[in-house]
Design a protein around this ligand. Structure first.
Ligand code: HSE
Length: 444
């Protein structure tokens, strides 16, 4: 059978990895797909670089629309990124009846509803394994491998840049700013790392996992997002003393009242495997009612790891493209609304309605009665304290013997209740600095 023909939009790090792996493993991939898969056309503004990567047998153009206009192209791989031109090209590819493979988490997290609806109407597939956790096949696991389960929660380290920074902060005892500069110098962090360090990239990925896990539409605008920029070395050290590591987690949970969707730094028990995921590696935990807790670990970015996910999608599409669209695996795991309301409208809960436990650090005056007053306020809100640690401020390079760091771990409580307690604590004259609040997840 004639090979399936693929057009590639954007041949940077992931695109070149995809081309190279497809070529290197072509025989094995063909045996798996049942048909050859060939990139026959590449669009990139840097045509000389593209030509150097793909050689003379592949058509290179600088106009992506020339790829979409080519009737021989069956699948378009979009590796341009962002919401701008990439969105227009994906919608145009769908309208032209082409299947789409993309690594663009931002595009799907924000415009996924429109894109998946257009694809369903046209009867084409939009595959996005590479959009979440790079080479880890977490989309496949959630959508297919765990399909028997009522999924209860998903929690993942889904941004390698921030995990690298947190690992370095812990190893070297440094604050965020110093480590970020070093990470940029070494090329681990982008020159503009905003999406990574502010948690936006992780929230795009968590949004996609949430939709697949719970059968809800993608709702990036409802995600709670907090990055790692305010974390200090002292909190990482105190967490360690209490038996925890701090990780930036993307979390989505099913509750009786709705779905939690949040990204923020989190204390995780040091004994959990996920707490020991270091450097730029990614890991995702999924809790299903039948399977229990599962863990997926691997490289979340990089040329060939991400290419591995892109090519898995190419193989899936090659296997399934002759199947009646209604018999394919749905884009987001659940059948769309047109089929007996299979997608649900379970609401995404506002952060005030999330229930979790907390690490609080208060710089307080070292005077009689301060601890009792602080714990009294916490207790009168009905919040149960799990552990208290007091460390002299001079031990942490603070303001000398007159102040001390008070660290409190709480049991589960409503975020709204905690917000009110924090406002009350912050107003105490004996609380000398802004209170640090980091959420805590036991993940058991
Ligand atoms: N910038 C991401 C990370 C990789 O640091 O994990 C692509 O999503």
């Amino acid at each position: 059978m004639k090979p399936i023909q693929v057009g590639l939009l954007g041949i940077g790090t992931v695109g070149s990895g995809t081309f190279n792996v497809l070529k290197r493993n072509q025989q094995e991939i063909k045996r798996r797909a049942g048909r050859g898969i060939e990139i026959t056309m590449v669009a990139d503004l840097d045509m000389a670089r593209a030509r150097a990567i793909v050689g003379p047998d592949v058509t290179v153009v600088n106009d992506a629309r020339a790829v979409l206009a080519n009737p021989d192209i069956d699948i378009v791989i979009e590796l341009i990124g962002g919401y701008g031109i990439a969105k227009a090209l994906v919608l145009e590819a769908i309208a032209a009846g082409k299947h789409v493979v993309t690594a663009n988490k931002a595009l799907l997290a924000v415009h996924g509803t429109e894109i998946f609806a257009a694809a369903s109407a046209k009867g084409v597939m939009v595959a996005f394994e590479a959009a979440v956790a790079g080479g880890i096949p977490i989309i496949k696991a959630l959508r297919e491998g765990l399909t028997a389960n009522s999924i209860q929660w998903v929690a993942g380290i889904i941004n390698g840049t921030t995990n690298f920074i947190l690992s370095e902060m812990r190893d070297k005892g440094l604050d965020f700013d110093a480590v970020l500069k070093e990470a940029q110098r070494l090329g681990y962090a982008e020159a503009d790392p905003t999406f990574d360090i502010e948690g936006v990239d992780a929230a795009h990925k968590a949004t996609l996992m949430s939709a697949i896990a719970f059968g809800i539409p993608v709702q990036f605008d409802k995600a709670y997002i907090e990055g790692i920029t305010k974390l200090g070395a002292a909190d990482i050290r105190y967490a360690e003393q209490l038996g925890y590591r701090i990780k930036l987690l993307g979390i989505t949970k099913r509750t009786a009242r709705g779905v939690e969707l949040r990204v923020h730094p989190c204390l995780v028990p040091a004994k959990r495997l996920i707490a020991n995921v270091e450097g730029a590696m990614n890991a995702v935990m999924v809790q299903g009612d039948a399977v229990g807790t599962t863990l997926y670990y691997g490289k979340g970015a990089g040329s060939e790891p991400t290419a591995s996910a892109v090519i898995a999608d190419l193989v899936d599409i090659t296997r399934l493209h002759t199947v009646d669209p209604l018999n394919r695996v749905p884009h987001l795991a659940f059948q769309p609304h047109t089929l007996d309301q299979a997608m649900t409208d379970l609401p995404v809960l506002p952060m005030e309605e999330v229930v979790t436990s907390y690490y609080l650090r208060l710089r307080v005056a070292d005077e009689a009665g301060v601890l009792a007053r602080v714990t009294g306020i916490v207790a009168s809100a009905g919040i149960s304290i799990d552990a208290v640690l007091q460390r002299e401020a001079d031990e942490v390079g603070g303001e000398g013997a007159t102040s001390t760091d008070l660290i409190i771990l709480t049991h589960d409580t409503l975020e709204g209740t905690m917000n009110a307690v924090l406002a009350e604590l912050q107003a105490l004259p004996t609380v000398l600095a802004p209170i640090t609040r980091i959420r805590k997840e036991e993940l058991n």
